[in-house]
Design a binder for this molecule. Sequence first.
Ligand code: FES
Ligand code: FE2
Length: 414
Amino acid sequence: MKSLYGRQVPEEDYELTRVDPGTPMGEMLRRYWQPVCTSEELTDLPKRIRIMCEDLVVFRDKSGALGCLDLHCAHRGTSLEYGRVEDDGIRCCYHGWKFRTDGKCIDMACEPEGMAATMDVWQGGYPTMEFGGLVFIYMGPPEAQPEFTLFDIIDTAGRDDVVLRGLKLWQDHSLGWVRNCHWMQHVENALDPWHLIVLHEMISGDQFNSVLTLGDWPEMDFEETELGVRYNLVKQLPNGNWLERHSEVILPNIVLVANIHQRGEQPIWREKATEVIWCVPYDNETVYGICICAWPAKDGVPDPDWKPGTDTLTEIRPGQLRERTYEDKQRKPDDMEAQEGQRRIPIHGAENLGTVDKGIGMYRRKLKAVVRAMRDGQDPPNLVRDQAPNGGFETSCWNTVTPPDERPSVLPEG
Ligand code: FES
Ligand SMILES: [Fe+2]
């Protein structure tokens, strides 16, 4: 036995793990528009948010303008989540200072007339935008603010066959949950196709009711894509057809997952993912997921009969529920138990990576290279400065099904 006595736990890899303001990874993630909530969540009440260890308030004033400001009022710190949304800003509940969406204080209820103009107080904040039913903020240096990065699967210009929906499900452990672990642990799960077979089939039973987990073990490898890293999976299905499947991680914190319900009954060509999923650090040890789904339209509205490709947008499989008994979690662990069980913050130095972890290694090395290049003044990848590509950035995540005599060539045979 190798006794644990006197063990020394390696330090976490701070360059990758910390997202507080001023940290290398925190600065990198702040160079991108990050989603904070769905458009539907902004009602006549302000919404308190936390992202990358910063507490903020988001609101839509009664003229329709969006604002994202420091949570604590510039007067004496009361939380603006208790503020009143008005026609032209948000008014703090305590002494009535009112801030426009750009942060300028335009009224001080208890002060003499003209005092707001004289004092010229500004509540700090961040630029906001909306796209596809989500609200995004930009937390990086103002001079480096990019355009929104649009991907092909959510570029609906000239299309009326889909409508975009911003979605999350906060209470349950599914897409849109707050997961009690580091954000990279969730991203890395998408580059880990082996766990589909071990965790979701061998250990916990057929959690997906999917051909992915049935029959022979697949063949797999990983490769870099234009936007990040993907896995390449080839598997002969019980019906003899071949499945070629990919999941893609787009740097720095986006995950694409191809339809997990694909049964492979008919040949299909590049059935692309329909959701762009952001895994956003709430803080250093908590992550939330939120997505834009290109939902097929029926009579101009989202088709109620369509089933999304990731299993958690409309219904939640039992293993994804946070409220389960401890025994049930032990007997049938799911992604939550596996990912949260890796520690709140990963200790990469304590891991022993094998061949199945090649994609994760590629992803971490890429992140590290980007963080270091930024230190040397370079722009991180997948940002749009002037002209976005026509049709959006091309993603590389799909299912293809071919007949028995047409083995996909994405992997060499044997
Ligand atoms: S604390 Fe906000 S107005 Fe006084
Ligand atoms: Fe999983």
